[in-house]
Design a protein. Sequence first.
Length: 241
Amino acid sequence: MCTALWRTADSDPGSLPSWAADELVPALQGNPGVRAATVHVESADPAHSALRHGGGRDGRLLAGLVSVWRDSYQDAPELEQLLVTAPAAERASYLVSESVPQPYGDVMTWAAGEPSPGLSIVTLLDKPEGADEKVFFHYWHELHRITTAECHPFASYVRNEVVRALTDGAPRYRGIVTEASPDVRDFLDLHRFYVSGGDIDQLRANQRRVVEETSHFIDYATIQVAPMVETVVRRLSPTSP
């Protein structure tokens, strides 16, 4: 289950990160019903603001994402009660089907429950109006998985397909994606971000490849992208008996 949180443009951007650190993360750590959880809150570093794109209803800004794995999404009343207390202007929860094309693996050398080094990007996306379902999934799941691995330096790439909204009136999204690197320079340096090796022609070629491909499965008019600090509260363990 993924819960997106928005704030108004004129609200304190530090309120949600403080709440998450003081209340949300400890509560998730102490809940035996939570198999795994990851919390994202917007980065406070002004240098990262250029990575933000798009906005929610009434210009609200995507400020957080709470991803929780449980045996059943229906058995989480205490989580819902906690999320109600979040200092956010709007929240919406979604049941999702998660794929991890690029897991951290041995790259994750820091302890669960500590903020991850570097930076994460959280993206909420819908498909273009009228786009064929087969084409949508072909470009997103099949082609873009390869492109992401070849044209970006991410150490973690998590792809959530939205099954349905769990919150009445939730904004429509088809995908919730998180991408992370322990080195923030991978996001701030274009040559590193597009794995061009400093070659301007390769940079432009990789940019064209990404834009051309994503145009088939992303509605750019409604996409929301936000730079965030990630905390892997608990890593997922096998779920079979």
